[in-house]
Design a protein around this ligand. Structure first.
Ligand SMILES: [Mg+2]
Length: 221
């Protein structure tokens, strides 16, 4: 069975940092359509520090590394995103405590645990037009295919799930987060959190040479 080691998880996180930093302005512009326009800057401020600190942080186990990243998120990612992303990394870290490599079923458990933590922390559910509309079906897909898929197959599948979530939620009115405060104005705009997750996954496909053709306009800029 395939497994990912600490260095591979670290590389994926470093790549995600690059994605967030590169898209700082774009993610904030998307958030400005229905929210307060801070999403890109909030995320990039924290991920710039994570990228800088990544070479130095505790690598004794995957869990220890993720818990440290969780702390950096909580401390440096601004706005409502800090506790959300911090909780996600914390739960994934707790689920991989002491492990120096994780199998795909274990990775699916880590993501499932992160998603449950984010739901509990933010009080959002499926259909509220938050990043959970990408994360919940992604976690289910991972759980369903973890026993038989290769890492590349799993990455392609979850990227498609997140890509689809952009268009499936575009017409919804946001019920949680800042975008909910503008009500109807949030309809016909993509959720920046969903676009952020899908962009990270699409960039991972490119980075790892996984063939995937994105559908949503936000991934085809
Ligand atoms: Mg915002």
């Amino acid at each position: 069975m395939s497994a990912l080691d600490q260095a591979q998880i670290e590389e994926a996180i470093d790549t995600a940092c690059d994605t967030v930093i590169r898209n700082e302005q774009y993610f904030s512009d998307l958030d400005g359509l229905a929210g307060d326009g801070d999403f890109g800057t909030s995320l990039a401020t924290g991920f710039r520090i994570i990228k800088k600190d990544l070479p130095e942080i505790d690598k004794s186990a995957i869990g220890a590394m993720l818990l440290k990243i969780s702390m950096l998120c909580s401390k440096h990612v601004g706005g409502s995103s800090g506790p959300i992303w911090g909780t996600g990394f914390m739960k994934a870290g707790m689920a991989s405590k002491g492990k120096t490599e994780v199998t795909l079923p274990e990775l699916a458990e880590m993501i499932g645990s992160a998603v449950e933590g984010i739901m509990a922390r933010g009080g959002a559910k499926l259909g509220d037009k938050t990043l959970l509309d990408a994360l919940i079906p992604m976690a289910e897909t991972m759980k369903a295919m973890a026993d038989s898929a290769t890492p590349a197959e799993m990455l392609r599948a979850v990227t498609e799930v997140a890509d689809n979530a952009i268009d499936e939620t575009r017409k919804l009115v946001a019920h949680r987060g800042r975008a909910s405060q503008v009500g109807e104005r949030s309809a016909n705009t993509p959720d920046p959190g969903i676009v952020g997750v899908a962009t990270i996954l699409n960039d991972w496909c490119k980075h790892y040479g996984v063939d995937y053709t994105p559908k949503a306009a936000e991934l085809n800029r």
